[in-house]
Design a protein around this ligand. Structure first.
Ligand code: TTP
Length: 201
C-alpha cells in the first residue's frame, strides 16, 4: 500500500495522551509519527450531567495534564462515553456491570460521544471538538451477552462493547463516524491539527 507523506509545517512533535490501543491504531493508520504519554487524571471528579461538556472537558484535561510532562509538542487526547436515554455509560466496573449495560443497550438506539482535544504545549493554545454518533444495537439473548462478556472485550470499553471487535456483530446501523465510536473522531481531529500546521494529507 502506498502511503503519502504527511504535510507537516511544524517543528513540534506529536504526542498521543492515551493508553487506548484503539487510538494508537487509528493514528498509526493515518501514517502519523507520534509517541505515547498516558495521562493520569482522576475521571471521577467531573460533572456527569452533560455528556458533550463532559467528553470535551475530559479530553482537554487529559491533554493539559500531559502538557506538563512534554515540552514543544502537539498533544492529542480524547474521551468517549455512551449515552442511553440521557444517561451516561462509561466503562463497566465488572462482568456483572458489563452484562447490565449490554442488556440495557440491547434492541435500542444509543449515542456514542467522543471529545477530542489538541493542545500546543509550547504556547498553551488548545482546541476541542466532539462527535455524536447514533448507534442501533440488535436484540441480544442472555446467552450472547454471557458469551460476549466472557471474551473480556467489553471490560475496558465505554458501553461495554467494541464496534471494532466481536461487538461489531451486534451493531445493526450507525449514523455518524465509526472511528469516533472506536474512540477518535478523525474528521474533527484533522481539522484541529490543521490549526497547528499539521496536515495529515
Ligand atoms: C463504544 C466503544 C468504545 N470503545 C473504547 C474507546 C475508549 O478507549 C474507551 C472509553 O474510555 P476513555 O476513557 O475514552 O479512554 P481510555 O481510558 O480507554 O483511554 P485514555 O483515557 O488513556 O485515552 O472505550 C471502543 O474501543 N469501541 C467501542 O465501540
Amino acid at each position: 500500500m502506498i502511503k503519502k507523506a504527511n504535510n507537516i509545517k511544524s517543528d513540534l512533535k506529536l504526542v498521543l495522551a492515551s493508553t487506548s490501543p484503539r487510538r494508537e491504531e487509528i493514528l498509526t493508520q493515518l501514517n502519523l509519527k507520534f509517541t505515547i504519554v498516558p495521562s493520569k487524571i482522576d475521571e471521577s471528579n467531573f460533572d456527569y450531567s452533560n455528556p458533550v461538556e463532559l467528553v470535551k472537558v475530559l479530553a482537554e484535561e487529559k491533554a493539559s495534564s500531559v502538557s506538563q510532562l512534554v515540552e514543544d509538542a502537539i498533544i492529542i487526547a480524547a474521551d468517549t462515553v455512551v449515552v442511553h436515554n440521557e444517561q451516561i455509560l462509561g466503562k463497566p466496573n465488572s462482568k456483572y456491570d458489563a452484562k447490565k449495560m449490554l442488556k440495557r443497550l440491547s434492541s435500542d438506539q444509543h449515542q456514542v460521544i467522543t471529545g477530542v482535544a489538541v493542545l500546543n504545549s509550547r504556547t498553551g493554545e488548545s482546541y476541542i471538538d466532539y462527535n455524536i454518533t447514533e448507534v442501533k444495537m440488535t436484540s441480544l439473548t442472555e446467552n450472547e451477552i454471557n458469551n460476549y462478556v466472557e471474551t473480556g472485550e467489553p471490560l475496558d470499553k465505554a458501553g461495554a462493547y467494541a464496534i471494532q471487535g466481536f461487538g461489531g456483530l451486534f451493531i445493526e446501523e450507525i449514523k455518524g463516524s465509526y472511528y469516533s465510536v472506536m474512540g477518535l473522531p478523525i474528521h474533527q481531529l484533522a481539522k484541529l491539527l490543521e490549526k497547528f500546521n499539521y496536515g495529515i494529507l
